[in-house]
Design a binder for this molecule. Structure first.
Ligand code: THU
Length: 135
């Protein structure tokens, strides 16, 4: 874990966290990703029917796809957790769909203390299932 100046993605992910709708868990998550060279923000949006909840990372990726920006390059996730929490398994799979090379997609988790943890998407989801497996 290290502390240094925030990148534009980090600043936006922190701002996106404020948009979270998390009345049940109270765990607010902001995510910003770069896809096809553009930045997209997301936040978790919960539902009284809990399993309908959408994570911040998936919300951001949906925004990117809707803007025709399908080539995922980098992801930043902002939470109040310490150590900074990494994307859930479902989000790892969802993001992988749009990673041409998951070994080149950097995922950084940060928190309000300025702590950071980084991985590649391939490290977070090794041997992932992909469309290449399908007939
Ligand atoms: N959550 C995310 O938004 N991203 C993750 O990677 C982990 C979990 C949200 C879902 C739910 O609203 C809350 O955090 C607690 O699980």
């Amino acid at each position: 874990m290290s502390e240094m100046n925030p990148s534009e993605l980090e600043t936006r992910a922190k701002a996106a966290q404020q948009k979270a709708y998390a009345p049940y868990s109270k765990f607010k998550v902001g995510a910003t990703l770069r896809s096809s060279g553009q930045l997209f923000d997301g936040a978790n949006i919960e539902n009284a029917s809990y399993s309908m909840t959408i994570c911040a990372e998936r919300a951001a990726m949906v925004a990117a796809v809707l803007a025709d920006a399908r080539e995922l390059e980098e992801v930043v996730v902002f939470t109040d957790a310490w150590p900074p929490s990494s994307p859930c398994g479902a989000c790892r799979q969802f993001l992988s769909e749009f990673a041409a090379d998951a070994t080149k997609v950097k995922v950084t988790a940060i928190n309000a203390r300025g702590e950071r943890r980084s991985w590649t998407l391939a490290e977070l989801l090794p041997d992932s299932f992909s469309g290449r497996e399908l007939p």
